[in-house]
Design a protein. Structure first.
Lengths: 337, 434
């Protein structure tokens, strides 16, 4: 019995809790990608770097607050800096829309032109982020580190393993739930949100019924700024901030959005969790876990790992390929083939 | 008109390279020229995909890296005993994986849709995975344990490195076929995302499969297709030539080696260019452009759009793979960590778009211009930063930060160039002839 409990705690620490946190981060990122896809109809290659840009502004403000001695006690100061990051990102995105994307929208350019333009934006953002904060790792988490400490729990229960939950993990899940609920309320209940969905479903019909495309597009970019900055900051708090890692997140984020069906926010959230759970479960070494649940002398010699951690991107890629092969519209029927 | 423009731009480019030679050094100028030539070939490959057919490939880095892998596998001398210890096991494990995928595909095609088909395919995949791992794991471990500090990998076939160029093209072509088979026919975005993914995975494989590429320990000291400087310095005819030119043999030997490389690369560039131009002018080229300009009507005319796309995607990737093998040949080493998407994928894209998509000469010009500025932007940026910060005190933190970060400015510059060209001159420096 105790071994089973130990095994369960182990899985919780290294698989379930991290996967839920990572899944929430991916989901927030994927919703951003999917919104741009639904409204503006292109895959935004700059999304990873938008997340990096927003997070960078948050980090700069966090440092500013820390230097003034302002903090949130047990919670990370970054939460206080979030609005500034969101505002800066929104300004950048609205500017990029005005100077870059708007021109192609008026010309009714083919989607791939937007894609290339977003690569240009990606380069610019990449340059800005590396120029201001540099290409290295930055840690900016402060406050308490754990909600539940493994050590305290071990003493209390007398087991060999204990559950530990980091503040960043708890915060990620709570924030993601709040953000997603607010987003769905916005899309389903408000007038602007409804006009966005109408625009996404049928652009011509929406234009005929008097929906202003400029307003819809602007609101979309602001939503993208909010989602990307929050996702980026949560990821940075949970792991660490490095511009190149954020660029690399592009693949799992796209995979999440496509698995869920491009253009479908609900699907993007589901996709985020599918990708996160598969990535972590496939690359987790089950050696200790197996040792707990099998009789003593059956202990495995190897790591009992399905795939080396180095190949975690391969997991999202394989899922992506499977979805494209068998159900190109995604599990929640997105827009396109 | 176009001919004049061609000559004008290429003359300016040649003058720029000459200028670097005269004012900086001939060594720098020739290094830039060599990489310009390789970039031009890569840009030609991308131009075949994008310019002829409108396919957006974001995995150029991966295809170039496969070329680099080919250089290692073909040219490095085989490691003593590695094949006996685990070589066959490693190959066997990989073969087993491929066979099980083939059986799964066969089952998918032959069995009727339903529960049993799904179950059998999943079972085949799982059994295949564990069986191949069972053979593959110990074999690679055995290879990696042979003198890990110096070798620890399988080595290559010990053939001349030039043979690796077509082999690199073959590798890239096979990868492109698999990707194209999956994603072509779906939306264009999917091809972009899938190629982005496969290129990351190829780099991950190169970094972590030590038995094949030594991973991050790098394969160094690859054989060369041209003479070594040290040997040249003791060769009779070379010393005579130096005497005749009145130069110092030690300095001139490295320049001479670079000229030899440039000669080889120019030959390759001309071959690829000739083939691409011939293809573009042939009925096949006209058909490709017709498909690009209007897929629906080309389809209505009875052209199999997806098949033609697959064909052109593979051809373009082959060219990129050849260029990747050439690049590794020039470097003389395979360093998996040096493959950065911004440098290998997106920079090539900027070359094609700035040069003029659809025009082979444009792609070559773009390769030259962008590579030249990519290299020269660093000293220029530093100069600019020194100028801007000249008013600040020597030890000012901002000044030091700005000077240290000057290198990142070129990313931004490239992005802005791309956006400006796309907006104001979408057909590039040398537009496609209509």
């Amino acid at each position: 019995m105790e071994d089973l409990l130990n095994a369960f705690f182990l899985m919780s620490n290294f698989v379930f809790v991290p996967a839920i946190a990572y899944g929430s981060q991916l989901a927030l990122g994927a919703v951003g990608v999917t919104l741009v896809y639904g409204i503006l109809r292109f895959s935004n290659f700059a999304h990873g770097d938008i997340m990096a840009f927003g997070t960078m502004v948050v980090i700069l403000f966090t440092w500013l607050f820390q230097s003034y001695g302002i903090n949130l006690g047990p919670l990370p100061t970054a939460i206080l800096a979030l609005p500034f990051g969101i505002i800066a990102t929104a300004i950048f995105l609205l500017g990029s829309d005005k100077f870059v994307y708007k021109f192609y929208r008026e010309k009714k350019a083919v989607p791939v032109t937007y894609l290339i333009a977003s690569v240009g934006i990606m380069f610019v953002l990449n340059g800005i982020v590396r120029f201001i904060i540099g290409p290295n790792d930055q840690r900016f988490a402060d406050g308490e580190r754990f909600i539940i400490k493994a050590k305290a729990m071990k003493q209390y229960l007398g087991t060999a393993e204990g559950v530990s939950i980091k503040v960043s993990q708890g915060l990620t899940v709570i924030t993601a739930v709040i953000v997603v609920m607010a987003l769905f309320w916005f899309l389903n209940k408000t007038r602007t949100g409804k006009s966005m969905r109408a625009f996404s479903d049928n652009e011509d019909l929406a234009l005929l019924s008097g929906i202003s495309p400029d307003k819809v597009v602007s609101v979309t970019w602001i939503l993208v700024a909010i989602l990307a900055t929050i996702a980026g900051t949560l990821y940075g708090l949970d792991k660490s901030f490095k511009p190149f890692t954020y660029f690399m997140l592009l693949l799992p984020i796209f995979a999440s959005a496509i698995v869920g069906g491009l253009g479908n926010p609900l699907g993007a959230i589901a996709g985020g969790f599918v990708i996160a759970f598969s990535e972590i479960m496939i690359t987790y070494p089950y050696k200790k876990f197996v040792a707990y649940i099998v009789p003593g002398d059956w202990k495995p010699d190897g790591l009992v790992q399905l795939l080396a951690t180095d190949y975690k991107f391969a997991v999202s890629f394989i899922i992506l390929v499977l979805v494209l092969l068998f159900k190109p519209t995604g599990i929640f029927a997105g827009k396109s083939v | 008109m176009t001919l004049n423009r061609n000559t004008l731009y290429f003359t300016i480019m040649a003058l720029l390279l000459l200028g670097v030679g005269l004012f900086q050094s001939w060594n720098v100028s020739l290094s830039i020229l060599n990489l310009c030539l390789i970039s031009a070939i890569m840009a030609l490959g991308v131009n075949i995909q994008w310019g002829y057919a409108g396919l957006f490939n974001v995995g150029i880095m991966g295809f170039a890296a496969l070329g680099g892998l080919a250089a290692v596998l073909v040219a490095m001398p085989p490691i003593e005993g590695a094949w006996d210890k685990g070589g066959w096991g490693a190959i066997g494990g990989l073969l087993l994986a491929v066979i099980s995928i083939a059986i799964a595909v066969f089952t998918y095609k032959k069995m009727k849709i339903g529960k049993y088909r799904t179950i059998s395919i999943v079972a085949i995949c799982i059994i295949g995975f564990f069986l191949s791992r069972y053979i593959f794991g110990p074999a690679t471990h055995a290879i990696e344990s042979i003198n890990p500090a110096k070798s620890g990998y399988l080595g290559g076939l010990g053939l001349p490195i030039v043979i690796s160029w077509p082999v690199g093209g073959l590798f890239a072509g096979i990868a492109a076929w698999v990707i194209g088979k999956i994603t072509l026919g779906l939306r264009s975005d999917y091809l972009a995302i899938a190629t982005l993914g496969i290129s990351e995975i190829i780099i991950a494989v190169l970094k972590h499969e030590d038995w094949m590429t030594r991973g991050v320990k790098n394969v160094i000291g690859m054989p060369r297709p041209v003479p070594y400087e040290v040997n040249l310095q003791t060769t009779e005819w070379f010393l005579d030539m130096c005497n005749w030119l009145g130069t110092d043999p030690i300095g001139f030997s490295s320049i001479f080696v670079k000229i030899c490389y440039a000669g080889l690369f120019i030959i390759m560039l001309l071959i690829v260019l000739w083939l691409s131009e011939t293809a573009l002018k042939s009925p096949w080229g006209r058909m490709m452009r017709a498909i690009r300009d209007n897929e629906v009507s080309a389809n209505a005319m009875g052209k199999n759009v997806t098949k033609r796309h697959l064909q052109v995607f593979v051809l373009g990737s082959v060219v990129v793979g050849i260029a990747g093998a050439m690049l590794t040949t020039l470097d003389g080493q395979l360093t998996p960590t040096s493959y950065q998407p911004l440098r290998f994928t997106f920079l090539i894209w900027i070359m094609v778009i700035v040069g003029g998509s659809g025009n082979n000469w444009g792609a070559i010009l773009g390769g030259f211009v962008i590579w030249f500025f990519w290299i020269e932007a660093e000293p220029l940026g530093l100069l600019l930063m020194n100028l801007i910060t000249s008013g600040m005190s020597e030890d000012s933190g901002l000044r030091l930060h700005l000077i240290n970060s000057a290198a990142h400015m070129r990313l931004m510059t490239m992005g802005i160039i791309l956006l400006l060209v796309l907006r104001f001159s979408p057909r590039g420096l040398l537009p496609e002839k209509s």
